[in-house]
Write a protein that binds this ligand. Structure first.
Ligand code: NAD
Ligand code: UDP
Length: 340
């Protein structure tokens, strides 16, 4: 049997593939990725870490015939669907590309899955679907979106809920990620953003390594302990292990996830921007110059998860703390200053 991983050469996908290979089942791992935001170098690194091989197919999830070919050639049992575009700012500039890739691409994938009777799916959703709800955020809260990227996640979630309602053979985990950071402990794989990073951690890491001059802290007048924004940062390896557990909880395996189920993957803890900067400075022993600038449009003061459902349904909880997250980010960044 095989597992199909869309977007498997990307940041979260590559760490998940490593954890899947480590979980020592003898399934074939098939990665499909169009390499818009990743490199095949990741494949060598995955093989170096695990001593196992993966099957890689360069294709776009919007390409029905390429997907048909994959499902004809491999006995796919379940799909983990990471492929998509993920930059909020860019999604305001090129919304059609976001709807096309994230919504239409997912519909194409779902149609091919249905035709081949493959109805087990883990989907990469995001805490962004909670809109302006007050933290801790739990899965029963109403969802909304404030930008095209968030809309695509919400639209796909709604499609998945409708699909599961229409046919009880579907078993779907919509994993709502909080803020994934960190890298594999080996220092061989990590986040490799194109151009100037939008997210806090890759930005701080590039300041520490001397690629960027200084961080801009977006606002210090929030109602938080030090005035800067608070987020629920989660180690990418913990997140990856959450996917392994989710896969094991779908109907074809244990069956604790029935129909379509939204599940938060977060730690339940909040950390401010200045706490991140100070911890990074301590661990890397590098200066992290920063300047406080006005708030970024659309940012909330505080976002963190109620992480209890994942524990209950998947038997999963995050294990790694902020020190490990930043040590691993720094190892990856300092050993690979220019990425892959
Ligand atoms: P990433 O960009 O590193 O990985 C996504 C991968 O998908 C890339 O390798 C890219 O080349 C590929 N891809 C994009 N469009 C494709 C297409 N049409 N066909 C085939 N491959 C395609 O991103 P990531 O951080 O690993 O995120 C993975 C998923 O998790 C995304 O769906 C993202 O929206 C979601 N997510 C990420 C975060 C985060 O902070 N990183 C938070 C919440 C949700
Ligand atoms: N942030 C910042 N400077 C940056 C990038 C982010 O001060 O260059 C802040 C941002 O305002 C938020 C936190 O860091 O409070 C996390 O931002 P990120 O974009 O990484 O995640 P998100 O806002 O999507 O949760």
């Amino acid at each position: 049997m095989s597992l199909l991983i869309t977007g498997g050469t990307g940041y979260i996908g590559s760490h998940t593939v490593v954890e899947l290979l480590k979980s020592a089942k003898d399934e074939e791992i098939v990665i499909v990725d169009n390499l818009t935001n990743s490199s095949t170098k990741v494949l060598e690194r995955i093989e170096k870490i695990t001593n196992k091989t993966v099957t890689f197919i360069k294709a776009d999830i919007c390409d029905t015939s390429a997907l048909e070919k994959i499902f004809n050639q491999h006995k796919i049992e379940a799909v983990i669907h990471f492929a998509g575009l993920k930059a909020v700012g860019e999604s305001n500039e090129i919304p059609l590309a976001y709807y096309q890739n994230n919504v239409s691409g997912t519909l194409t994938l779902l149609e091919v899955m249905a035709r081949h009777q493959v109805k087990n799916l883990v989907f990469s959703s995001s805490a962004t679907v909670y809109g302006n709800n007050i933290s801790p955020l739990n899965e029963t809260m109403a969802t909304s979106a404030t930008n095209p990227y968030g809309q695509t996640k919400l639209m796909v979630e709604n499609i998945l809920f409708d699909l599961a309602k229409s046919d009880e053979a579907w078993s779907i985990a919509c994993l709502r990620y909080f803020n994934p950071i960190g890298a594999h402990q080996s220092g061989l794989i990590g986040e490799n953003p194109n151009g100037i990073p939008n997210n806090l951690l890759p930005y701080v890491a590039q300041v520490a390594v001397g690629r960027l001059a200084q961080l801009q802290v977006f606002g210090d007048d929030y109602d938080t302990s030090d005035g800067t924004g608070v987020r629920d940062y989660i180690h990418v390896v913990d997140l990856a292990q959450g996917h392994v557990k989710a896969l094991e909880s779908l109907a074809h395996a244990k069956g604790t996830v029935k129909g379509c189920q939204a599940i938060n993957l977060g730690t339940g803890n909040g950390t401010s921007v200045l706490e991140i900067v100070n911890t990074f400075k301590e661990i890397s022993k590098q200066a992290i110059p920063f300047q406080v600038v006005p708030r970024r449009a659309g940012d909330l003061a505080t976002v963190y998860a109620d992480a209890s459902l994942a524990k209950e349904l998947l038997g999963w909880q995050a294990k790694l703390g902020l020190t490990a997250m930043i040590q691993d980010t720094w190892r990856w960044q300092s050993e690979n200053p220019n990425g892959f």
